[in-house]
Ligand binder design. Structure first.
Ligand code: ARG
Length: 578
């Protein structure tokens, strides 16, 4: 990647000048306007302290000038066209035409591997995502975790990391005591209860418990029984789990998501005692009003591991999960893609895990996503009015049908093909709407925007991809020769072609950035920008039968390849026609 090579070059130049500049200090940006080059660094501006070290460098501009002079003196590498000082002390770099051409060749050669790397080799990342709660429909509340988590998984994998996805299903906890109480009270056959029935029963428990507070106690006892492995209670629970998983799998099927593991909270039933022992050994387990807690110096609230009735907590299960993951996979990084409302929970989990020596706080990251809102307000998930994700996904597929015009064939084929494309487009629209925004912000669920063929949407990108493919299909029939990047003279490259040519190399950079910052939205921004540039090019230039024809076909193919690689990393499929 050019950025790394530029850093190496700059380090050499600055060390030659006797400046103490380290790699981390060198930051590059891509100037918004091409007249300022392809890369810009403010290294001379941030290195003001060198003025005291070297009084001869009076100001950043002068320092920048000295660096640039030295750079030229030492010989500009062939991937750089020119280097200049700009403004108060920026150093701008222009990449050379040959560098861009080689990059284009690389896209053509590497195809679906373009943008991947082996930087993560030898490092393991566990990604904890999706994690819906059983006995409830898969609600829209777990959509973001599923989408963002899957995108992060794909990104890390693409960078060569050993990636492990774990669906930490919410299948344990005191709420199951309540549900089981209600099932027993109503004499219901647990195997015959639908997910909606289960949800209703849970709501009913709460309604009835208002007037019968003693039921809370009964429910607690039932959860205790469940934890102790009571056969009857355990069987009811098992039936509930099975019903829920069937439901979830339908949603995962629609989303095209397949998570490596789904240990779930219940898996840790017999692994929590070991954590308690660890806390005792470290001398940090305290009793507080009958509960077992660990006090965290930096937090006003202690972490509760066991409630006063002896029931284990969500937090204790998370600690047992870390211990297990550490023993199983020795990960470098534990990524939790969970809503921002669990911020305190994870702060506590990470603190205690560190106190126990399971991992360091730096090894954990909670990618705390914001809420999904309707244009008119927040989705409410209380009182049982969960918005069922499956319904939303099916609605998206239905709506996507109106966008599809490119399918062809006889009636039966046509409708089958349309169904398939509509699924890709509808689901893509939902995913992209989620991923294009910073995970940490709230997002709006707006059908018109999501399905717009002209704005920053999944369908727009898919449409652009399909357009590129349609050009390539045409080129293939008219010019079936094998395509390597065609020689084109630099001064024959039009502005629109230039814009495209100068974008490709940023794809591998952005893949890395998106992973490093846990922000798939950075990749979305790049893809949208590329698609816009391509559509502008398409409007202005005739690809087949125009000037630079071979070159334009290759450009089109590179755009298609990068859109495909990028969308696939986001978990979005790319139909060949739309
Ligand atoms: N099931 C939980 C919920 O819906 C999310 C679990 C997240 N992962 C974790 N390791 N705690 O709130």
């Amino acid at each position: 990647m050019f950025e790394e090579r530029l850093i190496d070059e700059l380090l050499e130049v600055t060390s030659e000048l006797g400046l103490e500049i380290t790699e981390e200090k060198i930051k590059f940006e891509h100037p918004a306007e091409p007249i300022f080059g392809d890369y810009s660094t403010n290294i001379a501006l941030v290195s003001s302290k060198f003025q005291t070290l070297n009084p001869k460098f009076k100001n950043p501009k002068e320092l920048a000038g000295i660096i640039v002079e030295k750079w030229r003196e030492m010989g500009t590498p062939d991937f750089v066209e020119k280097v200049e000082v700009a403004g108060p002390g920026f150093i701008n770099f222009w990449l050379s035409f040959s560098a861009f051409s080689r990059e284009l060749e690389q896209v053509t050669d590497e195809q679906e591997k373009y943008g991947s790397s082996i930087k993560g080799t030898g490092k393991t990342v566990v990604i904890d995502y999706s994690a819906p709660n059983i006995a409830k429909p898969f609600g829209i509340g777990h959509l973001r975790s599923t989408n963002i988590g899957q995108a992060l998984y794909n990104l890390y994998k693409h960078l060569g990391f050993e990636t492990i996805g774990d669906n930490h299903l919410g299948d344990w906890g005191t709420q199951f005591g309540k549900l089981i109480y209600q099932i027993k009270k109503e004499n219901a056959n647990p195997c015959k209860l639908s997910i909606e029935d289960l949800e209703k029963l849970y709501v009913k428990f709460h309604e009835e418990a208002k007037d019968n507070p003693e039921r809370e106690e009964e429910a607690r006892k039932l959860f205790k029984k469940l934890e102790e492995g009571d056969k009857e209670v355990r069987e009811i629970w098992q039936a509930v789990v099975e019903t829920s998983l069937k439901e979830f799998n339908r949603v995962y099927e629609l989303l095209g998501v397949d998570i490596d593991y789904a240990y779930g909270e219940s898996f840790y039933t017999d692994k929590m005692e070991a954590v308690l022992n660890d806390t005792k050994e470290k001398g940090i387990l305290k009793e507080s009003q009958g509960a077992l807690v660990v006090e965290i110096p930096s937090s006003p609230v202690p972490a509760m591991l066991k409630k006063s009735d002896g029931a284990t907590t969500y937090l204790l299960r998370d600690l047992a999960t870390i211990k297990f993951r550490k023993e199983q996979w020795q990960p470098e990084l534990y990524i939790y893609e969970v809503g921002a409302d669990q911020k305190l929970h994870f702060e506590q989990v990470f603190e205690v895990a560190q106190m126990l020596g399971y991992a360091k706080k730096e090894n954990f990251i909670h990618v705390a996503h914001g809420l999904i809102r309707w244009p008119t307000g927040k989705f409410s998930t209380r009182k049982g009015d969960t918005i069922h994700l499956e319904e939303v996904l099916n609605e998206a597929i239905q709506k996507a049908k109106s966008l599809i015009t490119g399918a062809n064939g006889n009636e039966a084929q046509l409708s089958r093909e349309r169904e398939e494309i509509a699924k890709k487009v509808g689901i893509g629209a939902i995913k992209y709407n989620d991923l294009k925004q910073n995970p940490r912000t709230d997002i709006i669920f707006d059908w018109d925007q999501m399905l717009s063929l002209s704005g920053n949407s999944g369908p727009y990108l898919q449409y652009t991809y399909a357009r590129a493919q349609s050009i390539l299909r045409k080129a293939q029939t008219e010019y079936p020769e094998e395509g390597r990047p065609a020689e084109v003279e630099e001064d024959k490259v039009s502005e629109e072609e230039w814009r495209l040519l100068r974008s490709f190399y940023r794809f591998p950079e952005v893949v890395e950035e998106a992973a490093k910052n846990f922000s798939p939205n950075l990749l979305c921004n790049f893809l949208f920008d590329l698609a816009q540039k391509f559509n502008l090019f398409y409007e202005k230039e005739k690809v087949i039968g125009g000037e630079n024809e071979r070159f334009r076909i290759i450009l089109t193919s590179a755009v298609g390849q990068i859109l495909k690689n990028g969308l696939n990393l986001l978990g979005i499929e790319t139909p060949e026609k739309m």
